[in-house]
Ligand binder design. Structure first.
Ligand code: S3P
Length: 166
């Protein structure tokens, strides 16, 4: 089975959905942020604070390289992972990209973004970050998801659209 790669903004539900998909359909759950934390031995916030975003992005690319070509993984990506073409190329080798297009204003208003260093500059900045990335999320997606009414609804839309690809 090809790996499933969930993309989208911080707080769009990538980790939650990936865990559920892995539980229901099998496959190994992988969270790129968790891999980065493991490798760096410190939290995402500490990496950003002490080493800077570039160091974080380099670690992210390193993780993508190690996951490249592997099948049977359900991968929750960090929200900015798709910004580097190299990362996308690594994960596209054997992965289907699913963009969780949860509206950024809804995310900002309802999800706790405390631990996300790039979400600490207010609502407008968060919405601008989404606007700057949207084209990239869309261009890299094989499937785009738009129902976030409940986790089950999101999972059902993923399932239906994946079946539609066959
Ligand atoms: C980031 C999203 C975070 C994490 C880092 C940068 C981003 O992951 O990778 O803080 O650039 O959008 P989540 O999308 O899981 O919050």
């Amino acid at each position: 089975m090809k790996s499933i790669v969930l993309t989208g903004m911080m707080g769009s539900g990538k980790t939650t959905c990936a865990r559920h998909i892995a539980m229901i359909h099998g496959g190994s759950f992988v969270d790129t942020d968790a891999r980065i934390v493991e490798r760096a031995g410190m939290s995402i916030s500490d990496i950003f604070e002490q080493a800077g975003e570039l160091a974080f992005r380099n670690l992210e690319t390193e993780i993508c390289r190690t996951l490249s070509g592997q099948g049977d993984l359900i991968i929750a990506t960090g929200g900015g992972l798709i910004l580097r073409e190299e990362n996308v190329a690594y994960l596209k080798k054997n992965g289907i990209f699913i963009f969780l297009n949860r509206p950024a204003d809804e995310i900002y208003d309802t999800v706790s973004l405390r631990r996300r260093p790039l979400a600490q500059n207010g609502r407008d900045a968060f919405l601008r970050t989404f606007q700057a990335r949207e084209a990239c999320y869309r261009a890299t997606a094989d499937i785009i998801i738009s129902d976030f009414s409940t986790v089950n609804a999101t999972l059902n839309e993923i399932k239906e659209k994946m079946e539609g690809m066959r």
